[in-house]
Design a protein around this ligand. Sequence first.
Ligand SMILES: Cc1cc2nc3c(=O)[nH]c(=O)nc-3n(C[C@H](O)[C@H](O)[C@H](O)COP(=O)(O)OP(=O)(O)OC[C@H]3O[C@@H](n4cnc5c(N)ncnc54)[C@H](O)[C@@H]3O)c2cc1C
Length: 417
Amino acid sequence: MRFSGLRVLKEGLTGNKGWTPHWRNPEPKAEYDVIIIGGGGHGLATAHYLASVHGITNVAVLEKGYLGGGNVGRNTTIVRANYGLPGNSEFYSHSLKLWEGLEEDLNYNVMHSQRGIINLFNSDGSRDAAARRGNQMASQGDDAQLLDTAALRKMLPYLDFDQTRFPIYGGLYHPRGGTARHDAVAWGFARAADQRGVDLIQQCEVTGIDVVDGVVKGVQTTRGPIRAKKIGITAAGRSSEVAAMAGMRLPIESHVLQAFVTEGLKPMIDTVITYEAGHFYISQSDKGGLVFGGSLDLYSSYASRGNLPMAEHVIESACTLMPAITKAKVLRSWGGIMDMSADGSPIIDKTHIDGLYVNCGWCYGGFKATPGSGHVFAHLMATGNPHRVATKHRLDRFRTGVGIMDEEASGSQHNLH
Ligand SMILES: Cc1cc2nc3c(=O)[nH]c(=O)nc-3n(C[C@H](O)[C@H](O)[C@H](O)COP(=O)(O)OP(=O)(O)OC[C@H]3O[C@@H](n4cnc5c(N)ncnc54)[C@H](O)[C@@H]3O)c2cc1C
C-alpha cells in the first residue's frame, strides 16, 4: 500500500477500513544471506538500503523487544550536520542529505522538520570555537551563520540573555538542522524494508554468535538457531554484550542519557536551541510538549531510567536559560542506554571475524546519523569496502591510536563525550 493525500482522503471517507499492517510478522527462516542484530533505527536503515540499493533481500532483522523500543524511540530527535573533524564532517553531511529525501524514498511521513538549530555560546573562547566550527561546516558545503545577540534577541525573545551565570554572547545558526519524529523513522524504515522482502523478527533475542575457524556461521536466538553468511551488529547500548558473544571486547561503555517532556503548550519555540554552558538542549514537538535533555548520568549502567541529580541539573539549566519554563509541568522523563566510544565518534567496520561487522559508538548523537549509518553500513556489508564518507570510522583506531576522532577534545574518558 502506498501512502498519498488521495489515499488518506479515501480512507477518511470510507471508515479507515482499508489500511493494512505496516509490516508482516514472519517466522524466522533457517538461513539468511544477512542477519542484522538489533531492530533500532540503524539496523532497520541498514536492511532498507541493503535491499533498495544493493538488491540484497534475503535479510532478517532480529530484535529482542519490539521495533523502535530502543534509543530510536527515546531520543530528543535533533537532526544536524555540524561536525568539524574530517571523517565526521563528510559523514554527517551525507546523512543530512539522505534525510532531505527520506520521506519520498520511504513513502512515509517521518515529520522531518528543518526548523534550524541555534547553538548558543557564552564566552569569548566559545565564540571563537563556534566561528571555527561554522567555517568547517561551510567548507563541507553545509550551512552556518554566526549570530550576534541583537539577532538572537529577535529570534528567541524568551531567553534570559543577561543572566549572571552564563550570559549569552551569540549563537551559531544551522538552518538545515531540525527534528524528525523518532519512532516514525523506525516505522518508515521497517515498512520499506519489509516491502522489499526483509524479514523483521521481533521478540527474538540473539543469545550467541556462532564462529567456526574465524568465520561467522550464524546466531543462536530465543527462537532457535539461524544460519547466515554475514552478520551486522547494530545493538547500540548493548553492542558490547552482543560483540562479547563472538569473543570480542569493544571500546564502548554503556551510559544512561535522560530526556524530559512537558505538557503540551501553544507554539513557543520554533527552532532547536542548545545551551552550551549548561549543556542543555530544547525544542518543541508538533504536539506542543517542550522536549529537552542534558548530559549523561555519568556512570555506566544498563538501566533505561535516570537518576534524580541529573534531572535536577537539567531542569536548573532550563530555568536559567528560559525563566518562562518554570510555569510548565514536566509530564514524563525516561532514559536510554548510550553506546559511548572513547573518542566520541562511531565505529562502522569489519571485524577480525570473517563475515562479522560492527556499527556502534553513536554516543548521544546517533539519531541524526540513522539514514547515513544504514546507508554506509549496507555499502560495507554488501561490497566489503567502506563507503567513501565512512573510511575513518575504523575499529582499530582505538588499538593503534591512529585516526582518533575526538570531536570535543575531551580525552579518552567515554562519559565526557
Ligand atoms: C534520551 C536520549 C536523547 C537522545 N537525543 C538525540 C538527539 O537529539 N539526536 C541524535 O542524533 N541522537 C540522539 N540520541 C542518540 C540516538 O537515539 C542513538 O544514538 C541511536 O538511536 C542509536 O541507534 P539505534 O536507533 O539503532 O539504537 P536502538 O534503537 O537502541 O536499537 C538497538 C536495538 O538493538 C536491540 N538489541 C540489543 N541487544 C539485542 C540482542 N541481543 N538481540 C536482539 N536485539 C538486540 C535493542 O532492543 C534495540 O532495539 C539520544 C538518545 C537518548 C537515549
